[in-house]
Ligand binder design. Structure first.
Ligand SMILES: [Zn+2]
Ligand SMILES: [Zn+2]
Length: 338
């Protein structure tokens, strides 16, 4: 094996992607080195590119949707061995000692690491990752499919399974994009009466293919009224990163309904509080999950044949790949194959 690898780095906030040769990282204690077979590109990678997130040291290799194989384990690692197929997502490890960790709530660790943000991520041939941040990839899943499931997948799967919705409940997924096209599949597989809400009527057929029971064209009809016409939603999964989108659906909640927002608008959203009071409704947020949540997502996806729609690119096409993702032109997630 060569001592060096190809990696894409960002050297400063607002800098461009540079494809460089750099030393292959050695795994430290409690770390594992992963051969990166695939790494998804996510909107959140713009935090690294633009420097719009606190605590990033440069140069940095982005990428928090890593799927690959263990090729070296550091000291004190007992859970993994060479050849294991593993993935790493946004949650890049935890401290085990802060109060949330002491309560077993690793997702809320106060000193949590973030893959590709607080340490180098998967836009490279190798990455060294804390052992507790790894999920096992089932044999049935290809690495290129597993990669986006480690961020877009876990976010929608974990938000839905931690909501109050039960089989048979009316669950709406707002937005049919990178997150939403997975959310519809999970909602259907979980046994919910699934509504796809979209402003793109051309996505109607796709929505039904993904498992939706209803399609609401929000460019033509009021989505809140449409949901009330179906009895009111128990859960609405908000994947469209827009305040207007959030505001437009709150009125569609039924009794004890909850709008769970996973796509983050970059401006405040106003909500109809009276409707929330009258329905005992709520608006909440959800982010990702820890490594076992990732593994649950991968296992459920393999069990129920949930896969992302992806475009794949080699590492040297990172600019094209990233631009397509950021311009919302990709269908629907973009994956690098280093
Ligand atoms: Zn992400
Ligand atoms: Zn902690």
């Amino acid at each position: 094996m060569s001592d060096t690898m190809r990696a894409v780095v960002v050297s400063e906030p607002g800098g461009s992607f540079e494809l460089v040769e750099r030393p292959v990282p050695d795994p430290g204690p409690e770390e594992v080195r992963v051969v990166v077979d695939a790494c998804g590109i996510c909107y959140s990678d713009s935090y690294v590119k633009e420097g719009s997130f606190p605590g990033i040291d440069y140069p940095r290799v982005p990428g928090h949707e890593i799927a690959g194989r263990v090729d070296s384990v550091g000291e004190n690692v007992t859970a993994w061995e060479e050849g294991d197929r593993v993935g790493a997502g946004w949650h890049g490890g935890h401290c085990f000692t802060c109060d949330p960790c002491r309560r077993g709530d690793f997702q809320q660790c106060e000193n949590g690491e973030i893959t590709g943000l607080t340490f180098d991520g998967g836009y490279a041939e190798y990455a060294a990752v804390p052992a507790e941040a790894l999920a096992r990839i089932p044999d049935e899943l290809d690495s290129v499919d597993a990669a986006p499931l480690l961020c877009a997948g876990i976010t929608t799967f974990n938000a839905l399974r931690n909501s109050g919705a039960r089989p048979g409940d009316l669950v709406a997924v707002q937005g049919i994009g990178g997150l939403g096209h997975l959310g519809i599949q999970y909602a259907h597989a979980a046994g919910f009466e699934t509504v796809a809400l979209s402003r793109s009527p051309d996505k109607r057929d796709l929505a039904f293919e993904l498992g939706a029971d209803h399609f609401v064209d929000a460019s033509e009809e009021d989505p809140a009224a449409a949901l009330q016409g179906l009895g009111g939603a128990r859960v609405i999964l908000g994947t469209a990163p827009s305040a207007a989108a959030v505001e437009s659906v709150v009125g569609g909640l039924g009794t004890d309904g909850e709008l769970v927002v996973v796509g983050v608008p970059h401006e405040p959203a106003g909500v109809d509080v009276q409707h929330l009071v009258m329905t005992r409704g709520a608006v909440s947020g959800w982010a990702s999950g820890h490594a076992r949540d990732s593994q649950d997502t991968l296992e459920f996806s393999a069990l129920r044949d949930v896969t992302p729609e992806i475009e794949t690119y080699p590492l040297d096409a990172v600019d094209t790949a990233y631009d397509r993702m950021m311009a919302n032109e990709a269908r629907f997630r973009v994956v690098l194959e280093p």
